[in-house]
Ligand binder design. Structure first.
Ligand code: HSE
Length: 398
């Protein structure tokens, strides 16, 4: 069975490597060998074993009747969307690692695949090598998933772990993450939470079977977290993690991406470094957690190849996925309730006039107070916080 790969970057070359290293076991599972016939890239890769397979025009793949499965590892919405759509319409199955594409066009591409009796899969788009999409799509289908909380961005989890362990400042840890190749040269999508936002939009869409628009999800990144915040977290015995969350609320969902302060009893507290984990609460399952390598070349490529094998075993038809294009109206995030940790230069009398009884946190920092509130709606917190005048930091507890 012949495969084409679109985008020979980190993940695309990883897919070729996984197919090569695990060739025999994959052939056994599929029932026939899988062969990469062509690789779409703008570059030539002179001297690379892949050189003879490079094509520069996606129509070469569209028009190649031998290619049954196409891998998209280019990233970004365009031109990936145009290329993937053309492949599906030409009757080719597609698997992608591209969360931007899936979050934006997932429902539409699933529909186009169905119309053309082929399959569109995207296991690698969330959690790298962790099989969370298949778990939601196939394993937890007897359950009602009521809550998802995920550490779904390896770069920011690495940074928060380093800041916690070493007490270092954000900018120093970011530079180190970039030097080690964990953070991209332009780390905006990771540190501002945009990457995590797209991933929780995908997971929530799969849970409800409808389109959750990532633009509707309130998203805060980690760029405002400082070494002083970590001192307060330590004083509370908590750890700060960037969480991507969604929670059932009647017939809709609350969703939010933000840093949270976790206690050691929280299953996500111990997820460190570049690891990812997705905690799921189902009405029958209770709690479950999916943990592992959430980013990087081979873990992500492993998930893509898992999709290829699944497609190859079902090559004559469509593997159905329930994700319709109709849009979900998310619950008003102002109504979601939390306890809040706050740092302010306001005095204790002002704090108590605004919030009533609070629990002060002593981290030995002069010139400010840190405290945690009782549970209240986000909107109520926003109103009370205005009375403080100066809020240096606010982090929700989880
Ligand atoms: N930039 C992403 C991360 C890559 O750090 O998790 C995986 O989607």
């Amino acid at each position: 069975m012949k495969i084409a790969v679109m985008g020979y970057g980190t993940i695309g070359s990883g897919v070729v490597e996984v197919l090569d290293v695990n060739r025999d076991v994959i052939a056994k599972r599929v029932g026939e060998p899988l062969e990469v016939k062509s690789v779409l890239d703008l570059r030539e890769f002179k001297g690379d074993p892949i050189e003879s397979k490079i094509v520069h025009d996606y129509m070469d793949i569209v028009n190649d009747p031998e290619v049954r499965i196409v891998v998209e590892t280019m990233g970004g919405v365009e031109p990936a969307y145009t290329f993937v759509k053309a492949m599906l319409m030409a009757g080719k199955h597609v698997t992608t690692s591209n969360k931007a594409l899936v979050a934006d066009k997932g429902a539409e591409l699933i529909g186009i695949a169905k119309e053309h009796n082929v399959t569109f899969l995207f296991e690698a788009s969330v959690g790298g090598g962790i099989p969370i999409i298949r778990a939601l799509q196939e394993s937890l289908t007897g359950d009602v998933v009521e809550e998802i909380k995920g550490i779904v961005n390896g770069t920011t989890n690495y940074m928060m772990t380093k800041m916690t362990m070493e007490g270092s400042e954000f900018e120093d840890v970011l530079k180190e993450a970039q030097d080690k190749g964990y953070a991209e040269k332009d780390p905006t999508a990771d540190i501002e939470g945009y990457d995590a936002c797209r991933k929780i939009a995908i997971l929530t869409s799969l849970v409800c079977g409808k389109q959750v628009d990532y633009n509707d999800i309130p998203t805060e990144g980690i760029h405002k977290i400082t070494a002083t915040d970590i001192k307060y977290a330590n004083a509370m015995g908590r750890a700060i993690k960037l969480l991507a969350t969604s929670q059932a609320a009647g017939d809709t969902y609350y969703a939010r991406v933000a840093p949270f302060l976790l206690t050691p009893s929280h299953p996500l507290y111990h997820v460190n470094d570049v690891f990812n984990a997705v905690y799921v609460h189902g009405n029958m399952l209770g709690d479950g957690m999916f943990y592992g390598s959430g980013a990087g070349k081979l873990p992500t490529a492993s998930a893509v190849v898992g999709d290829i094998v699944e497609i190859a075993k079902n090559v004559d038809g469509n593997i159905p996925i329930t994700w319709e294009p109709s849009k979900v109206t998310l619950a008003d995030p102002g109504n979601q309730e939390y306890e809040f940790f706050v740092r302010t230069t306001a005095d204790q009398a002002t704090v108590e006039a605004a919030f009533g009884a609070v629990s002060y946190v002593d981290a030995g920092i002069a010139g400010e107070v840190g405290f945690t509130t009782s549970k209240m709606a986000q909107r109520e917190y926003d109103d009370k916080a205005k009375q403080l005048g100066d809020v240096l930091q606010m982090i929700r507890l989880a």
